[in-house]
Design a protein around this ligand. Structure first.
Ligand code: AQP
Length: 364
C-alpha cells in the first residue's frame, strides 16, 4: 500500500511538472534572422596643420585648404593651427595670439565646418610636445639636418637659428601620430616633411612595437604654387603671396605684380603659357583656361589682359569667404569657442595615445 502510494505521488509530481511546462506559443511568424548588427562604420582619420600666419595665401588654398574642406565630408578630420611651430620664427606674443584667431576665422570662412571637423590650436593640447620629446629620442640628428626647410630657414633667419627650427619635423610627426591619423592633406611642398614623419614613426615602431600608422599624404591637383615672382614657392617669408582674403584692391595689386613669361617682351610676341605662372593659375579659376592659354600663345591677348582677368576671378571667387571672415572677426568669442571645443574633444584621444606610448617606453 505504501509502495502503491509512493508510485501515485511520483505520477502526480510528473503530471504537475508536465502541466507547469507550457510550450511557447508562436504568435509571430519570424522572418529569416537578420544579419548581425554591425558597429557604425568609423571613418579613417586625417590630420593637417597650418601655421598661424595671419594671412592665407593662394598657395595655402590651392595646395591644402581646398582639400581640408572637401575631406571633412569623407573623413574624421582634425585640423590644427600650429602655434608651437610658429614660435620658431615669431616671437611677438600679441601678434601670435591675433594671428591664431585670424587663421581660425580664415579657415572657417573658407568652409571648415566645426560640426564636421575638429579645429583646434596645437598648444591647447600639450600632449603634442610631450610626444615630440619621446619621438626625438628615436630620431637621428642627421635626418633633421638634411631637411631642406631647415637649410632654407637657416639662411632666411641667420640671427635666429633656434633649436625649434631643427626639431620642427619631429613636432610635425608628433602632431600626426598623436591622433594616429592615416592621411595628411598637405601641399606638395610638404612631401619631404611627411616622408620624414613616416621615417620617425617607423623608427619608433621598430624600437617599441607597432604603435603608429605611417600616414600618407593627400594632395590636391595643384602643383607647388609659385609666388608672384614666378620663380619661388609662394610663401609668406619670401613676400610673394596673393592674399586671398585681402581687400579687392590689394588682391588686384598683388596679381598685377605677377611676373609672366619673361621672354614675351612685346605685346605681339607669342607667349608660352606652359611657363607663365598667370596662365597656369587660370586653371583653377574657370573652365576656359585652355582658351586663355591659346590667346597667349597666339598673342591674341596680352599679359596685362590675362592678369586683369585673373585678378577679377580671384576677387570674385573669394568674395563670399571674405564676407564671412569679416563677420567672424566681428565675433571673436565664437571663433575662440570653436577652438576650445575642438581641443576638449581631442583630449581623450591624445591622452589615450600618451598612456600607450609611456607604457611602451617604460615610463609608467
Ligand atoms: N606655395 C604653396 N604651394 C602649395 N601648397 C602650399 N602650402 C603652403 N604654401 C604652398 C600648403 O599650405 C599648408 C599650410 O602650410 P604652412 O602652414 O607651412 O604654410 P605657410 O606657413 O603658409 O607656408 P609658407 O608661406 O611657406 O610659410 P613660411 O614662409 O613661414 O615658411 C601646407 O599644407 C602647405 O603644404
Amino acid at each position: 500500500m505504501a509502495r502503491a502510494g509512493r508510485a501515485a505521488q511520483g505520477q502526480a509530481r510528473r503530471a504537475a511538472r508536465r502541466l507547469r511546462y507550457t510550450p511557447p506559443t508562436m504568435t509571430v511568424q519570424l522572418e529569416p534572422s537578420p544579419a548581425p548588427a554591425q558597429a557604425p562604420v568609423s571613418r579613417p582619420r586625417i590630420f593637417s596643420g597650418i601655421q598661424p600666419s595671419g594671412i592665407v595665401h593662394l598657395g595655402n588654398d590651392l595646395g591644402a585648404i581646398r582639400n581640408y574642406v572637401m575631406l571633412q565630408y569623407e573623413y574624421e578630420a582634425i585640423y590644427c593651427i600650429v602655434d608651437y611651430h610658429a614660435l620658431t620664427s615669431t616671437h611677438d606674443a600679441e601678434a601670435l595670439r591675433r594671428r591664431t584667431r585670424e587663421m581660425a576665422a580664415s579657415l572657417l570662412a573658407l568652409g571648415l565646418d566645426p560640426d564636421r571637423c575638429t579645429l583646434f590650436v596645437q598648444s591647447h593640447r600639450p600632449e603634442h610636445t610631450e610626444l615630440m620629446w619621446l619621438l626625438a629620442t628615436v630620431t637621428p640628428v642627421s635626418w633633421l639636418e638634411r631637411t631642406p626647410t631647415y637649410k632654407e630657414k637657416k639662411q632666411n633667419q641667420p640671427d635666429d637659428v633656434n633649436h625649434g627650427l631643427l626639431t620642427y619635423p619631429v613636432l610635425q610627426a608628433a602632431d600626426i601620430a598623436i591622433y594616429k591619423a592615416t592621411k595628411v592633406p598637405v601641399g606638395k611642398d610638404q612631401a619631404a616633411h611627411l616622408e620624414l614623419s613616416r621615417e620617425i614613426v617607423r623608427a619608433f615602431n621598430n624600437r617599441y612595437g607597432e604603435t603608429f600608422p605611417e600616414a600618407e599624404a593627400v594632395y590636391t591637383t595643384a602643383p607647388v604654387v609659385l609666388g608672384t615672382d614666378g620663380v619661388k614657392k609662394m610663401s609668406k617669408s619670401v613676400g610673394n603671396t596673393i592674399e586671398i582674403l585681402a581687400s579687392p584692391e590689394e588682391i588686384r595689386r598683388q596679381v598685377m605684380s605677377m611676373v609672366t613669361d619673361t621672354k614675351r617682351i612685346l605685346r605681339s610676341d607669342p607667349g608660352r603659357p606652359e611657363v607663365c605662372n598667370v596662365c597656369q593659375m587660370h586653371r583653377f579659376f574657370g573652365d576656359d583656361w585652355e582658351e586663355i592659354q591659346d590667346g597667349e600663345r597666339s598673342a591674341r591677348t596680352g599679359c596685362v589682359d590675362t592678369k586683369k582677368l585673373l585678378a577679377q576671378r580671384v576677387i570674385d571667387h573669394y568674395a563670399p569667404a571674405r564676407e564671412r571672415y569679416a563677420e567672424l572677426m566681428a565675433h571673436p568669442a565664437e571663433v575662440d569657442g570653436v577652438l576650445e571645443a575642438g581641443a576638449d574633444r581631442l583630449r581623450p584621444l591624445a591622452q589615450a595615445t600618451m598612456d600607450e606610448v609611456r607604457a611602451r617606453m617604460g615610463l609608467r
